[in-house]
Write a protein that binds this ligand. Structure first.
Ligand code: HMG
Ligand code: MG
Length: 297
């Protein structure tokens, strides 16, 4: 059954901008502030990763120092290791996100270690979070396919989810990193996961490379998943997954939720305008059909 409430996790400022060069601090700050104005309650604002690996996120401390803070808006960031977690803590980040994958090959390319090494590396991150009352979310990339190894078994996704939850994550977000999955595959994956885990422990994070993200989200919602990651204007991609295009657009997700009678408190027009503004700065067209329809009105 569909959930009564859905939490939308806006990852545009992180996932959306980690592939974009030359985005100014000012543009990032304007984006995050306007997403909060549109009603987003959880915004992933940056990544405390190695600037040698992803220079686009090197100014995350400055971003967190400059954005407006609201009591009801949770600001999270990627923290791949203790160094990242310490920087995130100093930047007053409200939630940490650790990330690994269901594919060994992708994990090596993305974070330079094996899946089991990544879990060990996350232990001190979770400890630091706990000591400071900060919640930790986990990501499992390649949940529906890997750019290096191809197919990924649902059993392998389950295994990594269990490890992240055992570590102390309150939720694991299932990443279709390269957007190859289809709704029947989402159903197969969730059929297995929901035998072992509660729907409240899972989120979906679908890239839209093959145009399947919205139908995949519909399938997940129908199975009770109530947390959906998305990026305004469909920004996004992973630097270590060639050909991966943007995340599903937040505007498209909100439109679907509205039609399902699920209120998110997000104002679609304000959101679409926030997307148009950052796209203008990036010299890009918004990838959201909903936003393009609304703004053309
Ligand atoms: P490494 O090279 O093995 O690490 O990278 P290292 O410990 O040897 O450090 C190398 C250098 O980076 C050192 O500097 C460290 O100090 C520095 P040097 O001594 O050479 O001057 N360093 C750091 N600096 C700042 N903050 C840090 C940090 N850590 C080390 N936290 C590491 C390992 C994990 C650090 C690296 O591989 C990395 O940063 N990877 C991040 C890659 C990334 O951000 N990918 C995109 C996000 S994941 C994604 O998009 C998928 C997702 O959206 C879900 C989905 O769609 O599936 C989440
Ligand atoms: Mg992603």
């Amino acid at each position: 059954a569909f959930p009564k409430q859905v939490r939308v996790v806006e990852v545009g400022p992180r996932d959306g901008l980690q592939n974009e060069v030359n985005v100014s601090l000012e543009d990032k700050v304007v984006l995050i502030n306007s997403l909060a104005k549109a009603g987003l309650k959880h915004i992933e604002g940056g990544a405390f990763v190695s600037p040698k690996w992803v220079p686009q996120m090197a100014d995350s401390s400055a971003v967190f120092a400059a954005i407006e803070r609201h009591d009801d808006v949770l600001l999270s960031a990627l923290t791949p290791n203790l160094k990242g977690a310490e920087l995130a803590l100093a930047a007053d980040v409200g939630e940490f996100a650790i990330f690994t994958a269901a594919s060994e090959a992708f994990t090596q390319k993305n974070i330079n270690c094996s899946i089991s090494e990544s879990i060990e590396r996350f232990r001190p991150v979770v400890e630091l979070a706990k000591a400071n009352n900060i919640k930790v979310r986990g990501y499992v990339s390649c949940a529906l396919g890997c750019p290096y190894q191809g197919a990924v078994a649902p059993e392998q996704v389950l295994e990594v989810c269990k490890q992240l939850l055992a570590l102390g994550c309150y939720e694991v977000s299932l990443g279709d990193t390269i957007g190859v999955g289809t709704a029947n595959e989402v159903e197969q994956l969730l059929d297995l996961l929901l035998k072992h885990l509660d729907a409240s422990q899972l989120a979906v994070h679908f890239h839209d490379t093959y145009g399947q993200a919205i139908s995949n989200i519909y399938a997940a919602l129908k199975m009770g998943i109530s947390t959906v990651d998305s990026a305004v204007a469909g920004l996004g991609g992973c630097p270590y997954a060639k050909g991966a295009s943007g995340n599903v657009a937040t505007e498209d997700v909100v439109y679907l939720l509205q039609k399902l009678g699920i209120d998110t408190g997000i104002d679609l027009k304000t959101l679409a305008q926030a997307g148009a503004t950052i796209c203008k700065a990036l010299n890009k067209h918004p990838q959201s059909k909903v936003a393009n329809a609304i703004l053309a009105d």
